[in-house]
Design a protein around this ligand. Structure first.
Ligand code: GCU
Length: 606
């Protein structure tokens, strides 16, 4: 039986109190806490995707005289100018539009490099149900977001890659409504991620936006997990914290139809003993339709049941050792520019991973669109999911920790029912140091409390002493699985040097080489000694394979990476042109030699 979990809403409230100070410049107005509903994509909702009017606001004039949130008299009020009315110097209805979901950078050339405040507005008709909550759902918005409905500020949020839900019941009305969302992706030292990243700081409403109604008492969290003994434990949380409410879990295919009562925290606990359960695995990604009911609320989900554990340096899936054949993926769209957000994007990216004979993907370096983890559940691809605690974060700043904790909470809350997700990663390439290690330990403790059923990891820069890898990062003892990044043949040495390197695993924990690879411009050919040619990239992979085959304790691999992606630090003309070219496929979908080189290697390792 997993350890008791901190009550979600209590925890989230504590977090928000802590994060409030992040909105330092909103000190004159308490931020309004968004909430998080479960399985939004399984709830009937009205999509607000499509064209939204925008106002680009580098001087933050839209906040009105205050020049900052709450800006009650600013653009959030969404007033329509009238020729004879009071002076007004903005009008959404007369302003251009861009598409939601989507980043703004790749939709208009003049916004390509834009980092700052941008206002979105949309008018929509709505017929709110009585005795219900109306919720505004945002799949993700980079980075700092403030939402208004009919001029009323309804929620504030920071963090660019996790969903949030705003309670708008008191602001919504029958008929025509206005929603205005201010999004600011200005980078700041105290943010997560911080000032420097090797990916493009795309701004905007990058994932689905919708409005939905849920009953007065509704399910805001539900999870079921398989135990090693084949029984299932689970919990359903009904928002409103009432005791004695009946909750039902029904899994028709397993002839399970059980009820339990909520405790004084609104949680109902379940212990199920299914007969003939088919476990989920990459070879057999079996999902079961689960129906939850509480009062008037109904919620469905498609859930796979599997166990994941470690034993010495082995990762055990359903009790058996598994070798992870993986690739890293950045959240960018294939063939077209910008952030990925569609079913087609997910199908193309995970389709290529399948073609590579991957049974594993690392979604770098932030939670990706939920379509990716949903599809991974259906395709049988194991997932490493990560929060963007990336490179040097402002370790000793409590606001930064609060934001990282909030993102971790939201990542776990959204995907803790996905069988595909086996690893929660706390960070990537963070420089060892006491503040950093203390920071990560806080996150690890939170993740273990929120979800004791998954493995905790981080990607660490591999330190070398001469040609020996020294795996002694102080955070390693706190992790279940160790991710080590290395670029032998690219940032250090030659492709053929790799087999000469020796690796030990002093902690006897499962080790995943979470990044390795080299750059190549698709279509550029030449001697295997010339950088950026496909031949050089392929040579790096060949060298790596010879090294891997000498590392018996290796539990998995994830090559860096599946597809070229935009990065502001990659400026070599006619080669990089603003792209990190370590993809096995170009951003236009052209497969490089290394695609089949890795494909063959993984085919041999199956
Ligand atoms: C780093 C980092 C990635 C980066 C990659 C590279 O290790 O984790 O985000 O893109 O190396 O340099 O290509």
């Amino acid at each position: 039986m997993p350890r008791r979990r901190l009550s979600v809403s209590l925890f989230r409230f504590l977090l928000l109190l802590a994060t409030t100070s992040t909105l330092a410049h909103a000190e004159d107005a308490q931020p309004i806490q968004p909430t998080l509903l479960a399985d939004i994509d399984h709830r009937p909702a009205m999509s607000l995707n499509g064209p939204w009017h925008i106002i680009v606001d580098p001087y933050k004039g839209g906040w009105g005289a205050e020049g900052k949130p709450p800006g009650a008299h600013g653009y959030g009020a969404d007033r329509q100018p009238s020729p004879d009315g009071p002076l007004q110097e903005y009008s959404f209805v007369a302003s251009p539009t861009i598409h939601v979901p989507g980043d703004w950078n790749t939709q208009r050339p003049d916004l390509f490099y834009y980092e700052g405040l941008l206002w979105y507005e949309r008018i929509f008709d709505y017929h709110p149900r009585t005795h219900a909550h109306t919720i505004l759902h945002v799949g993700a918005s980079n980075y700092e977001t403030h939402a208004f409905v009919n001029g009323v500020r309804v929620c504030d949020h920071v963090g660019g890659f996790t969903p949030f839900d705003c309670e708008i019941t008191s602001a919504i009305r029958e008929g025509q409504n206005s929603v205005v969302i201010a999004v600011d992706n200005q980078r700041a030292k105290e943010d997560v991620p911080t000032l420097k990243t090797d990916w493009w700081n795309y701004g905007g409403l990058t994932r689905d936006v919708s409005v939905l109604d849920v009953p007065e008492q509704y399910i805001d969290d539900a999870w079921l997990h398989l135990n090693n003994d084949g029984t299932i434990d689970g919990e359903v949380h009904v928002a409103g914290e009432e005791a004695g409410r009946d909750v039902t879990v029904r899994i028709a295919e397993l002839k399970i139809d059980v009820s339990a009562k909520t405790d004084d925290k609104g949680r109902a606990h379940f212990h199920l003993e299914p007969a003939h359960l088919e476990r989920w695995s990459p070879e057999h990604p079996r999902l079961y339709r689960v129906e939850y009911a509480a009062g008037a609320d109904r919620l469905q989900d498609d859930v796979g049941f599997r166990t994941i554990a470690v034993e010495g340096d082995r990762i055990l899936l359903n009790g058996k050792p598994i070798f992870l054949r993986g690739v890293n993926i950045q959240g960018e769209a294939p063939f077209r520019d910008g952030r990925a957000y569609s079913d087609a994007d997910a199908q193309t990216l995970l389709g290529w991973a399948k073609e590579l004979h991957c049974n594993f993907v690392r979604l770098a370096h932030y939670p990706h669109d939920e379509r990716m983890t949903r599809l991974a559940d259906r395709l049988g691809i194991l997932v490493w999911s990560e929060i963007p605690v990336y490179w040097s974060i402002d370790w000793s700043n409590p606001d930064t920790l609060a934001v990282a904790r909030q993102q971790l909470d939201a990542m776990i809350h959204r995907d803790h029912n996905k069988a595909s997700v086996i690893l929660w990663s706390m960070s990537n390439e963070t420089p060892p140091g006491p503040e950093r290690t203390a920071f990560l330990r806080e996150l690890i403790a939170q993740a273990r409390k929120e979800d004791p059923t998954r493995l905790i990891t981080s990607a660490i820069v591999t330190k070398f002493h001469d040609k020996t890898a020294v795996l002694d990062d102080p955070i390693a003892p706190d992790l279940d699985v160790l991710g080590y990044n290395e670029y032998i043949g690219w940032y250090m040495g030659k492709p053929e040097d790799a087999p000469a390197y020796t690796w030990e695993d002093p902690l006897h924990k499962p080790v995943i080489l979470s990044e390795f690879g080299a750059e190549a411009k698709a279509g550029l050919h030449g001697p295997a000694t010339r950088r950026f040619t496909e031949e050089y990239q392929a040579a790096v992979y060949q060298g790596q394979f010879a090294m891997f085959d000498k590392m018996p304790f290796l539990a998995g691999l994830s090559a860096w990476l599946l597809m070229d992606f935009r990065s502001p630090t990659r400026q070599l003309p006619d080669i990089q042109d603003g792209f990190n070219r370590k993809g096995l496929v170009s951003d236009k979908g052209v497969k490089k030699q290394s695609f089949s080189v890795l494909q063959d290697y993984y085919a041999r390792k199956q």
